[in-house]
Structures are given as C-alpha cells and as structure tokens.
Design a binder for this molecule. Structure first.
Ligand code: MF3
Ligand code: CO
Length: 236
C-alpha cells in the first residue's frame, strides 16, 4: 500500500504547486490521471459507482465529490482535491484543501483547524485505542474551534478495495467501536464546515454542498496501524 499511497501523495503535491488563480480544475484532473498512469497506477475514483472523473474538486461551499470543471479558480477560493489510485491491487486515498491566492481569515482558520483535526485523529490510530477515539478527537478539535463536523460522509478502511469496513466517522463518543489492531489501514478524512454541519447532494448525484452556503474543508490520509504507532502512508 505504501507504493500506491506514495503516488497519491506525490500527485497531490504536484497539484498543490500547479494551483493558482486562473487554472481550471479540469486541468488538474487531467494532470492527476496522466501522472498516475505514468506511475503505472490506475486512478481509483474514475468509474467507481459511476463517478466520471479521476479527481474530486470541491470549491468553497462544496464539501466533497465535486466535479472538475473548465471554470477558472479565483483568488479567495478554497479548493479541496481528493485523489486515489490502485497499484498492484492495493489502494491509496488522500485529500488536501488549498487556498487560492489570498483567502479570508476564517477560510485560513478553517483549513488550519481541519488539517489539525486530521492529525488529532491520526494520533489515536494505535493499538491502545478504539475506533471512535479517532472520531471523538476529530470532533473535539473541530467543534472546540467553533466549526462543525459533516455527518453524512465518513472515513473508511482501505486495502484491496477503496472502501472497506470499518466506517470512520468524524464524530462520536470515545471508547466505542472496534479495538484497533496492528495491520489495519484506515482512510481518516475529516470534512469540516465553517457554519452548520448539514449538507445536501446536488442534482448531478455527486456534489455535496453545505446547506447554509458556508465554506467546507477536507483533509485525508491513508494511515496504517502498526506496533510502533500510526504510519501515514500518504505522507511524502
Ligand atoms: N476520498 C473519497 C472517499 O474515500 C473519494 C471517493 S470519490 C468516488 O470516499 F468517486 F470514488 F466515490
Ligand atoms: Co477516502
């Protein structure tokens, strides 16, 4: 899994460096797909349950699963990019949210808190903890900072399939759910909203947006639970 995850990490880092006002998310999608194929990997999302692209591109009030488009990104936007590949039968999955040009203070804070919440969750991905300790740690950091946690979408086990059990919610009481074990691999992926937690899916059947129009951020890593603690497979 390290190999597929490293391709995902490298692709996201290259995309981060391409992202600026004026670029389109369709250009990012094309780059991600061709870079994965150059590395002999397959984009994992294209065709998954009929998803039509390789990259998910969610702008501003879009939460997850936004479609790449030919609209140019503008200074002040925030963009979540979510990418997965499969290599030799093993999946990798990660996401980052990136500011475009100069973004507002609350947007900056939302990105910072969401990324921190991901790392708070990852800290709990050890054999001493239960699954919901991850969830509770993410929720505490997000809500403690005045933001809200999306309920309808969750993290997941990952391995020979993109989505395996268990589901990994970003909310809940600690001490519940399965006991974490060495060898489990989880995609931990907080989706955090600036205002209310409610979301709806647009008529395209995929794009999730905040109900109140507030901003939303998403960070994700694929994380292995080992005897030496969590190993972030999608860290470069
Ligand atoms: N990272 C997301 C997930 O784990 C992306 C899935 S997009 C899909 O669910 F198209 F593959 F569904
Ligand atoms: Co995922």
């Amino acid at each position: 899994m390290k190999n597929s995850c490293q391709i995902v990490a490298e692709t996201l880092e290259m995309l981060r460096q391409m992202i600026r006002p004026g670029i389109t998310t369709l250009a990012l999608d094309r780059f991600a797909e061709s870079h994965a194929r150059k590395c002999k990997a397959e984009p994992a999302f294209k065709g998954y349950s009929g998803y039509p692209f390789s990259l998910c591109c969610s702008v501003n009030n879009q939460v997850v699963h936004g479609f790449p488009t030919n609209k140019e990104l503008e200074s002040g936007d925030i963009l979540s990019i979510d990418f997965g590949v499969v290599l030799d039968g093993f999946y990798g999955d990660a996401a980052i949210t990136v500011p475009i040009g100069a973004v507002g203070e609350n947007a900056q804070r939302l990105l910072k808190i969401t990324e921190e919440a991901l790392y708070k969750g990852i800290e709990k991905a050890t054999v001493e903890h239960n699954l919901s300790d991850i969830s509770a740690a993410v929720q505490k950091h997000a809500e403690g900072s005045g933001f809200s946690v999306v309920r309808e979408f969750v993290g997941h086990g990952i391995g020979r399939s993109l989505h395996e059990s268990p589901q990994v919610p970003n909310f809940g009481k600690p001490g519940r759910g399965v006991k974490l074990k060495q060898g489990m691999v989880l995609a931990i992926e907080p989706m955090i909203n600036e205002k209310g937690h409610a979301v709806k899916v647009l008529a395209d059947g995929w794009t999730a947006v905040t109900l109140d129009g507030g901003l939303s951020a998403h960070f994700e890593h694929t994380v292995a639970i080992t005897e030496n603690g969590p190993v972030i497979l999608t860290a470069l």
